[in-house]
Design a protein around this ligand. Sequence first.
Ligand SMILES: [Zn+2]
Length: 488
Amino acid sequence: MGSDSVSTSTKPPQGDPSASLLSLNAGSLSDPSNPHQKNTANSVIFTSLILVTCIALAAASAFSFLFFSFSSVPRTDSSSASLQTTSRSLTKLNHPVVLLISSDGFRFGYQFKTHTPNIHRLIVNGTEAETGLIPVFPTLTFPNHYSIVTGLYPAHHGIINNYFDDPKTGEVFTMASHEPKWWLGEPLWETVANHGLKAATYFWPGSEVHKGSWTCPPGFCKFYNGSVPFDERVDTVLSYFDLPASEIPVFMTLYFEDPDHQGHNVGPDGPEITEAVAGIDRMIGKLIDGLEKRGVFEDVTIIMVGDHGMVGTCDKRLIFLDDLAPWIDIPADWVQSYTPLLAIRPPPGFAPSDVVAKMNEGLRSGKVQNGKNLKVYLKEKLPSRLHYAASARIPPIIGMLDEGFKVEQKRTEGQECGGAHGYDNALFSMRTIFIGHGPRFARGQKVPSFENVQIYNLVTSILNIQGAPNNGSVSFPSTVLLPNPHKF
Ligand SMILES: [Zn+2]
């Protein structure tokens, strides 16, 4: 998945059907090829044809009017999509502002589950990854959120799982660890602060960590608290736009736990997901309303993403490590995580390559339930497209599960249906959304899917600041953004 191969494809604007009818009939009317115009009968026929044409034209115009009137998605200046060659200038703000929104576990396609007029307003008037945003491997929440804001693969930004051990110190990272030593790379809020600009984070993994010039300033850096109502989060972000122009943060994050929360409980197809998606759409609507009331909606760049998708894990698609006992014992204390990312660190004295060989022998024997759906690798032997080897924090043995399968240590009574993510990022079910709306995004533009490590460079390009080195392509922003001839 070479990032340099990414290119844009601008979708032609949806033309006004009455416009094409007009041009067709104008051609007929100016046709001088009728040599019998003096013939009265022919004149009557000709006049009748004109009348019929006019009636048809009026009907077509009326239908097109009704069609667009019934559409609840306002299209602003959409007919000029193909004419846009440069970014739109700011009208009220004196500096570009990027608002990065994450809807956790928003699988690509959820936007079609129900009526989502506000999300579609951003899509129709902005730029969308047409077949979704590709997460990094493992397709888990913390590694992906931190890749989005650093442009780095997990092996390079250090958050290689939602929880893991440091093999050197034995210390344990959890999602509540805020010591800077865990969080490598330079997240966007730090880059912004390093340039003397203001950032504000309303929840994002890593945002509470003091790094470089970023001090997690009170009032602009919220400590994670999942019980804060979504409305309150949106209201707070909107309140930043009531500050004097020079004090408005130029980069803001906004995070919603939904619909991931529901996806784990019921899988991607439960009615709870539909409700959660509608709820997120309402929050986007509230945000748009608030920005419009302040006269800054068209000035603000909104980038809406998710961190990963979701897949159903029903049907008892389980693999039990204890079933491998005839080949090798895998005690629970060797296992750093089970599912969907199986990560094993054997103690000294056990060669990882021997463990891998014996596990795979058992899994391929045909005697282990669902054994063929798990393949175990030395991390260095994982497909290179996963970028999941170059860190001592990554345990030496990684198991790749087929979509929807899970690993457990031993058989238990309760086997439940639900949803999971963390699988190979090549799976379509793990994809999420990317929507960009703002002065640098062409309206109605569709771009091919890309990996979320590209987003860091997109944001620094929009903010006109120099970013830190990262795994994104330097040329990527120019393939997605409109060129910027304005000072800002
Ligand atoms: Zn997540």
